[in-house]
Design a binder for this molecule. Sequence first.
Ligand code: SIN
Length: 293
Amino acid sequence: MQQQTESGTTRSKAKFEVVPISSALGAEIRGIDLSRADAAAVKAIRDAWLEHVVLLFRDQDLSDDALADFSRNFGELDLAPPMETSQGATHPEILAVSNVKEGGKAIGTLGDGEAIWHSDMNYMEAPPTGSLLYSLEVPPAGGDTGFCNMYKALDTLPADIRRRIDGLSIKHDSSTNSGGYLRQGSKPVDDVRTCPGAVHPMVCTHPETGRKSLFIGRRRHAYIMGLPLAESEKLLDAIWAHATRKELTWHHRWRVGDVLMWDNRCAMHRRDSFDPATRRLMHRTQIKGGKPS
Ligand code: SIN
């Protein structure tokens, strides 16, 4: 399906180029307009996504409907999750990620602070397969989005930790988002062992590639089921320090019109803070997934 050139770039039958971005993960897809992707292009994009975990498409011009339509090529969409604010994008399947305020009210989620490493909607029984994030306004500096490769995080885990986590599961707190804001209707967590949220195995098998990866959600309010609290904290700290090492990550500097598409089953992501006096507006879709196992 794909031909490789000397530079490692591949050209698919769908006539676009797949250019690897970093040694950790990621590839840029060059030469495609996502609003006109046909079945052959979608198939080639899916293959590249499964191989590279995160894809970057530059210079796109997408309405909310076009973003949702393209995203639907990869599965049914989840509704946007509840935010800390009552406003958001006007499309039910699109989450507005923004610090912009209109009439004194935030039009999106996550503000201008750092968003910590996480998998999207990990607190659900069936977290999304993946997400697409499209940039409408970007600040002149900051607000970069980083990704880490959770296949590699598992493959390189020290053997003693790898043995210890086999068969263990994590409680994934649903109360607080990656920006540290309480979601609407949630109460502050005073004991991580009893916080609301789904329980998932720490080592999961990707249903499409068959590869094993670490699935640890987000560090804040996490708890390894059945362990004494102090032991859970210590083990989680060791795993997180390993999984987010620089060599397993890549950070993207945004331009308006970029689309990033990531595989939520084998990548985590985060976002840098940026100057509150500047504007950042992104629209995100999330592809419905299944129970991690
Ligand atoms: C997200 O966590 O989905 C948003 C990341 C970003 O704002 O770059």
